[in-house]
Design a protein. Structure first.
Length: 311
C-alpha cells in the first residue's frame, strides 16, 4: 500500500496488513482499525513470538510512515527513552561564552537549555512533525522496564506531549501511531491500560499458521509445510513445555528443514533440529527421540500427504 492513508474499514485494514505479508485474523484487524480511527494507542499482549512486534513494522511499511522503536529493558529511564541534554556541548558553550566575556548568566542559561542542545530520544522523536505523516512509535516489551517507567508514559499516551522543565511542554501536532507490546512477564498498571485499546495476540490456528508459513517460507515443499505446522500445533496442544514455540520458531524450523532439502518431516532430522524450534534443553529432551517419532506418525495419520489442507 505505502501511501500514508489510513484504512477506512476493517476489510481495508486486513488488506493493508496482507499487503506487507502479515496474515491477521479479523479480531486483530478490527481493534487495529479502531485504534487508527480513534487515534488511541494499541496495547498488544501475548506470548513471545506470536507477531506482536511485527504488527508495528508492517503498519509502518504499509502506511509509508517512519518506525521509531523503543526497546524496553530493566533500568530504562527518561534520559534514554524521552530526552536528555548534551552536557558536553553545553559545557563548551559555557566556556566559550565566559572566554568572550559574556557574563549574562540568565541569557546564557536560556541559550544552553535550548533545543540546539536537546538530544531527542525515541519518544520525543515520535512527537516531531514528519513529511511522511505521524510515525509509528513501537514501545516494545514494556513489561521488561521498571514499573516506575510507566509513569513517564502516561502524559505521552494521554495528551501526546512531553514536559521538559527547562523548555516547557512539547506537544505533537498529530499524535503518533503508538503500539505497545508486552509478553506479560508482569502486570502493567491499569492507569496505562486505560489509555489504550487492548488486544491479546494468541497463537494462530493450524489454518492461519500454514498460511503464514506459505507466505514467509515460499520455498518450503507443501508437504513439509503442512507437517511442520501440524507438529508445532500438536506440541502446543499436547506437550507440557516450559516455552511453547511461537510463529517465529515455526518459520525458522520450516526454513532450516528446507535448507536441509527435506520434503517431509523425517523423525530423525526433526529430532536433530529441535534446537531451532525449542529453546530450553528440558523441552528438547522431553520431545526428542521416540516422542518426536510418535508425533510424526500421529500427524501423518491425520494429514494426507498428497493433499495439503485447504486454506
Amino acid at each position: 500500500m505505502n501511501d500514508n492513508r489510513l484504512p477506512a474499514s476493517i476489510d481495508e485494514t486486513l488488506a493493508l496488513l496482507d499487503s506487507e505479508g502479515y496474515v491477521a485474523d479479523r479480531s486483530l484487524a478490527t481493534v487495529l482499525h479502531l485504534a487508527l480511527a480513534m487515534k488511541r494507542p494499541l496495547f498488544l499482549e501475548g506470548e513471545a513470538g506470536v507477531g506482536k512486534t511485527e504488527i508495528a513494522k508492517v503498519l509502518a511499511g504499509a502506511l509509508g510512515r517512519d518506525l521509531i522503536r523503543l526497546q524496553c529493558y530493566e533500568g530504562l529511564d527518561v534520559s534514554t527513552a524521552v530526552y536528555e541534554w548534551n552536557y558536553a556541548a553545553q559545557m563548551v558553550e559555557i566556556r566559550v561564552s565566559e572566554a568572550a566575556g559574556d557574563t549574562d548568566h540568565e541569557e546564557l542559561s536560556k541559550n544552553v537549555f535550548s533545543e540546539r542542545f536537546l538530544i531527542k530520544r525515541p519518544v520525543l522523536q515520535a512527537l516531531q512533525p514528519s513529511l511522511s505523516g505521524p510515525p509509528v512509535l513501537l514501545i516494545d516489551e514494556l513489561d521488561r522496564a521498571d514499573e516506575a517507567f510507566e509513569a513517564f508514559l502516561l502524559e505521552i499516551l494521554a495528551d501526546n506531549q512531553v514536559t521538559i522543565p527547562e523548555l516547557g511542554t512539547i506537544r505533537a501536532n498529530e499524535p503518533p501511531i503508538v503500539i505497545i507490546t508486552t509478553n506479560r512477564t508482569r502486570e502493567i498498571h491499569d492507569a496505562l491500560k486505560r489509555r489504550c485499546l487492548y488486544h491479546w495476540v494468541d497463537y494462530p490456528d493450524a489454518q492461519r499458521e500454514l498460511q503464514i508459513v506459505r507466505r514467509k517460507v515460499p520455498g518450503a515443499p507443501e508437504r513439509l509445510s503442512s507437517e511442520v505446522v501440524a507438529f508445532v500445533q500438536k506440541l502446543r496442544a499436547d506437550e507440557d513445555l516450559f516455552k511453547q514455540p511461537g510463529v517465529a520458531e515455526t518459520l525458522d524450523w520450516a526454513t532450516a528443514l528446507t535448507e536441509l532439502e527435506e520434503i517431509a518431516l523425517d523423525p530423525e532430522t526433526a529430532s536433530d533440529t529441535l534446537g531451532v524450534l525449542l529453546k530450553y534443553q528440558d523441552d528438547i529432551e522431553r520431545v526428542r527421540g521416540s516422542r518426536t517419532r510418535q508425533i510424526v506418525e500421529d500427524i501423518r495419520k491425520e494429514i494426507q500427504p498428497e493433499k495439503a489442507p485447504a486454506v
